[in-house]
Design a protein around this ligand. Structure first.
Ligand SMILES: [Zn+2]
Length: 360
């Protein structure tokens, strides 16, 4: 027990949730019972994948998707060299192995989606002679926080840039901060492949806290910006899946439901009578425990809203996207905070009114 009387859950006291998730839903799926049926692609079980630890697949016309250990990257074979898009450390030299599997051409260009080490932390495998294209902000961040495994970009752009190698085009676009400053969209118009990293992960609800994103309003805006592209394939950087347009739309629908639930939670839990009630039960640490109770109440409300809602085909989210039962509460927390910090406030205190009666 902590001084406020709140029960602290430790590893020893945690209940056994085997066979049922934290919200009382039965776990389902093939390998991991919390994931929907069919989430794990067949290549994961292949002898080849077991042996080499990566998978490479041509999406269309020289555009390849490559994946390993939860991370996705891509490369394009142009006839005058290979353009790599990202180089996650989990792929590392396997990125080179994947390229060598399909072509003898050297890597001449590397595109950085954004500056994060988990997506480009093996870029040095391409050697010192490649042209590295990224947004100006990505270059500034890599100069400010140097990393020899993430060489500084040699070519930058501000809003839009067409990279043409051997007549194969990649349209790079920066639409403002979303997941992080400098995160760009990479569109291959001939192959109709869009790469936008750490926004949506087809097949799943993506990593917790909206993929650890910084600007949640910009990140939500990116969902609409993704759908503005005419793409048949989507590379999102994660979860060892590329996506079809339909799969991307499903992820967008899920996060719209998170925002809907969080907006309703903020409305429901913002009245001073509710706040006073939550604080009154918080014991002597009423300020901090009360705040935690308030945020947790809203996160729980949002999570329940999402997990109980019937989706567009009548199923529940955990039946359609992997990770719904475990990640939704983290997304809820992040989206709730973004509503508080980034979105317009409905009102403000009027002159001469008293603050809520916090008693000391
Ligand atoms: Zn990132």
């Amino acid at each position: 027990m902590c001084p406020s009387g709140q029960k602290t859950i430790t590893a020893d006291s945690a209940p056994d949730f085997y066979g049922i998730d934290h919200y009382g839903f039965p776990r389902v799926g093939e390998d991991d019972p919390s994931d929907p049926k069919g989430y794990y692609p067949p290549y994961l079980r292949s002898e080849r994948f077991q042996k080499y630890g990566y998978h490479v697949e041509e999406l269309r016309d020289g555009f390849y998707w490559v994946t390993s250990a939860g991370y996705d990257a891509a490369f394009v074979v142009t006839g005058e060299g290979v353009v790599a898009i990202d180089a996650p450390p989990t792929l590392g030299e396997n990125m080179l192995a994947a390229i060598e599997e399909v072509t003898d051409q050297p890597v001449t260009h590397v595109v950085y989606s954004h500056w994060h080490a988990d997506h480009i932390g093996a870029a040095s495998v391409f050697g010192p002679d490649v042209e590295i294209v990224a947004h100006r902000i990505t270059k500034e961040l890599l100069e400010r926080f140097p990393d020899p495994k993430r060489p500084v970009p040699t070519r930058t752009f501000e809003n839009d840039y067409v990279l043409d190698v051997g007549g194969v085009e990649l349209h790079l676009s920066y639409k403002g901060e979303n997941h992080c400053p400098g995160n760009i969209f990479v569109y291959a118009p001939r192959q109709k492949v869009l790469t936008a990293v750490d926004i949506l992960s087809p097949g799943s609800v993506t990593f917790m806290h909206c993929d650890a994103s910084q600007n949640i309003s910009g990140w939500y805006e990116a969902h609409s910006q993704i759908l503005e592209y005419d793409f048949d394939f989507f590379v999102g950087g994660h979860h060892m899946h590329y996506g079809t347009r339909e799969q991307v739309e499903l992820c967008v629908e899920y996060f719209a439901d998170v925002l809907e639930g969080a907006t309703a939670a903020v409305e429901r839990f913002s009245g001073s009578d509710v706040l006073v009630g939550i604080l009154a039960g918080a014991g002597q640490d009423r300020v901090f425990v009360g705040t935690e109770n308030w945020i947790s109440s809203m996160a729980n409300y949002t999570t329940r809203h999402v997990l109980e809602k019937r989706t567009s085909n009548g199923q529940l989210w955990w039946e359609r996207l992997a990770g719904a039962t475990t990640q939704t509460k983290y997304h809820a927390y992040t989206v709730l905070e973004s509503i508080r910090l980034e979105r317009p406030r409905p009102d403000y205190r009027m002159r001469g009114t008293n603050p809520p009666p916090f008693q000391t």
